[in-house]
Design a protein around this ligand. Structure first.
Ligand code: NZQ
Ligand code: ZN
Length: 391
């Protein structure tokens, strides 16, 4: 097991009705003026925004409404939020929504307190010195942004989607009421299921290392998500299924499943070029296409890990004479599952053709300045080959 630091400071309020406590929670910290940020309107349609605003006002909290984070949020809109947040002198950014609203809130929380353009943090030209705290009311189980150190944002002028990590991005508190996810459409629910599985499996199938406890947590988590995912797709109001997905989403990306491992998000980086250049592609759908191709490209380089996954997660029988057959069976089971919940497996299903592949591969290496590390190293050639496997 490698050395590690585990830091998950977010206070979680989990369960039915918990979002109604938002006024007392925010007042309890002593905040006076909330910058309230959300997505394209689902929280208005569901009545959640009204409830949140009422609870905040009842607790004597002033608020400024922003909203309008688009799926795969863009830096130009975050800049507008930063200017407004500064002007209004808010002391907390409260995100109500999915990963996109949360990530844009993180960018606003950091951007409003530092004298630099927010893209400079993403490119690591500058390091933030301070930030406003971020609170979250989660409406979609997927990204784990509600506990993660990451914020992912697209530069809409450059067509580049990038994430960057900072402890400033760890939300101060996150309110997780699974009932708030009942209205998530099936396609988006499925995207969330894939994303949660990927956050766990990318830590599981990373640079070879031993960490049995992390393996067992990861395997249990993924198995739970597979079952809960099926149940939530069949009945969107299945509370236990939604609850398991929601908590799994948070645990998948708060680093718990990666303790003791070196971790690099290879499939995530390769996917980010899809939803960066083609913002209509949902992140989870992009992952459903990329991850199986990445597995097929990689399994021979870490065969024992891929057979372990097949046997422990998918209950495949171990073929000791031909272990690669067991590994392939695990990959096929993964693809079958993605297909069964309505996810795409080919770039063509996302409307992306061969003509974009070279450009995506070049961008994914940051124009030749990085290689991605997993069981092997992935430069432009390898990344391009993985995209081609998705055609
Ligand atoms: O925008 P609104 O109107 O709210 O609608 C959203 C959006 O259309 C809708 N939705 C959310 N909650 C709903 C709902 N519709 C009905 N009922 C509800 N309760 O779902 C759509 C997708 O929302 P979005 O926030 O974009 O989805 P998700 O949570 O999957 O976030 C995706 C973004 O997060 C990034 C992705 O790259 C992408 O940009 N990620 C962030 C990570 C992080 N910060 O740690 C890690 C991830 O790997 C990921 O990269
Ligand atoms: Zn993800």
């Amino acid at each position: 097991m490698n050395n590690f630091i585990y830091y998950a400071p977010t206070k979680v309020y989990f369960g039915k009705g918990e979002h109604e406590k938002v006024g007392e929670i925010v007042a309890g910290y002593g905040f006076k003026k909330v910058f309230l940020h959300f997505g394209g309107g689902s929280v208005k349609r569901s009545g959640l925004l009204d409830t949140v605003e009422t609870k905040l006002r009842e607790a004597g909290i002033d608020l400024v409404e922003f909203g309008g984070a688009q799926p795969n949020p863009v830096i130009s809109h975050a800049r507008e939020g930063i200017a407004l947040c500064r002007r209004e002198g808010c002391d907390l950014v409260l995100a109500v929504g999915g990963g996109s609203a949360i990530d844009e809130s993180k960018v606003i929380a950091v951007g409003s307190q530092n004298d630099a353009d927010p893209w400079e943090f993403t490119t690591k030209k500058k390091v933030p010195e301070k930030a406003l705290p971020v609170g979250v009311i989660l409406t979609l189980a997927a990204t784990g942004s509600e506990m993660s150190a990451s914020a992912v944002i697209t530069n809409d002028e450059l067509g580049l989607k990038r994430g960057y990590n900072s402890d400033f991005h760890r939300p101060l508190f996150s309110i997780l009421n699974p009932e708030l996810t009942y209205t998530v459409p099936p396609y988006q629910t499925a995207c969330g299921i894939v994303d949660i599985m990927m956050h766990t499996l990318e830590r599981y199938m990373t640079i070879p290392s031993e960490a049995e406890i992390s393996d067992r947590i990861a395997e249990g988590l993924v198995k739970t998500v597979i079952t809960a995912g099926r149940a939530a797709m069949a009945n969107p109001k299945d509370y236990e299924a939604r609850a398991n997905l929601m908590w799994a989403g948070s645990l998948s990306h708060n680093d718990l499943t990666g303790c003791g491992r070196s971790y690099m998000t290879v499939s995530h980086q390769i996917e980010h070029e899809l939803s960066g250049m083609f913002p209509e592609v949902a992140h989870g759908a992009g992952l459903a296409v990329i991850f199986p191709a990445w597995m097929r490209y990689t399994y021979k380089h870490y065969l024992s890990r891929f057979t372990q996954y097949a046997v422990r997660v998918w209950n495949c029988e171990m073929n000791f004479d031909h272990p690669e057959r067991t590994a392939l069976e695990g990959i096929e089971k993964t693809e079958e599952y993605f297909r069964s919940i309505g996810m795409p497996l080919r770039l063509s299903e996302l409307g992306i053709g061969e003509d974009s592949i070279h450009e995506m591969a070049v961008k994914c290496t940051n124009y030749g300045t990085r290689v991605l590390k997993g069981p092997i190293e992935y430069g432009e050639k390898e990344i391009e080959e993985i995209y081609r496997l998705c055609l």
